[in-house]
Design a protein around this ligand. Structure first.
Ligand code: BV8
Length: 255
């Protein structure tokens, strides 16, 4: 990450009215949550997330998929927002409008204090039933630690995590809001995503097409780096605090 790159990125953000952050699993890596592309750890080393995170995978082996999510929920419960999440809360105090659009289901942006978060792929702390979509917010029903997916209290069909599985449509309202913000923003801050999962990967391309400047933060180039005006190479937990400090300095210096 060069000093010039950081300065350029800070100037873009300091001059922006509407900023959209688009975050992926890399944002939560420094909170101890493995990304999808990390070799799946321990118990899950030999399972493919793209097989488990599907309705077919759930119907084929409900206990295995329910346990995978219970294991992930447990890891997320022990995780804390990292300095990258906190830096985005600080950034929202520096720019007039900032919305976080995330592919992550861990809820860490909200837990860090981000007030305006769009969850494109749902949230692991919510469950819904397989047949009717009856949703249950917040603390899981008392049987959450059961091995098998519990029955929906209203219709009896198995409960499943309220997340978007591969092959499933994204929540309509989240898509509408995210794409409309991407079309209208002055700058998009793209953080910790490989850009391999669609349609979320399209967001920076939409923003760019509508004249926004795109800044990417990632330790390695992604499939979207070609669309970035500035690429800040490094972990978000280190880059974002430095970036927001530079934005704050520029915005507090009289023009
Ligand atoms: C759909 C919830 C309509 C579940 C997830 C074109 C258009 C539309 C669909 C498709 C399409 N092409 C293909 C598809 C199908 C599919 C898809 O994209 N497949 C991929 C694999 C090719 N898309 C879908 O199925 C979507 N549905 O479009 O519906 C439809 C319906 C039927 C048929 C066609 C279309 C639904 C996709 C949502 C799936 N659900 N999550 C769960 O979590 O269990 S996806 C899940 O994986 C995450 O949410 C996230 O989106 C994705 C992981 O990606 P990343 O976040 O980018 O993370 P990744 O591990 O890949 O990379 C980590 C990055 O972090 C790396 O770049 C790394 O360098 C960086 N990093 C590492 N350390 C750090 C760091 N960065 C910063 N700091 C660090 N310290």
């Amino acid at each position: 990450m060069t000093v010039e790159g950081m300065e350029r990125a800070a100037r873009i953000l300091a001059g922006a009215y509407r900023v959209v952050v688009s975050s992926g699993a890399g944002m939560s890596k420094e909170s101890g949550i493995p990304t999808f592309r990390d070799a799946m750890e321990g118990l899950w080393a030999n399972y493919d997330p793209q097989e488990l995170a599907t309705e077919a995978g759930f119907r084929a082996d409900p206990r295995r998929v329910w346990s995978w999510y219970a294991w992930r929920r447990e890891r997320i419960a022990q995780a804390r927002p990292n300095p990258g999440h906190v830096a985005l809360v600080r950034l929202a105090e520096q720019v007039p409008r900032l919305t976080v659009v995330t592919q992550n289901i861990d809820g860490l942006h909200a837990r860090a204090g981000s007030a305006d978060v769009v969850e494109l792929h749902g949230n692991i702390q919510r469950v819904k039933c397989l047949d009717r979509g009856h949703a249950y917010e917040g603390a899981l029903p008392p049987y959450a630690d059961e091995q098998d997916p519990p029955p929906c209290p209203r219709c009896g069909s198995p409960l499943r995590p309220d997340v978007v599985w591969f092959g499933e449509m994204l929540p309509e309202k989240a898509v509408e809001r995210a794409w409309s913000l991407a079309e209208r923003c002055d700058a998009m801050l793209l953080i910790g995503t490989s850009g391999t999962v669609w349609p979320a990967a399209e967001l920076p391309l939409v923003a760019r097409r509508h004249g926004a400047r795109v800044i990417e933060v990632n330790p390695t180039p992604s499939e979207l780096t070609h669309a970035a005006d500035v690429f800040l190479q490094g972990p978000s937990g280190e880059v974002l605090p430095a970036l927001v400090e530079a934005v704050t300095r520029i915005r507090s210096t009289p023009a």
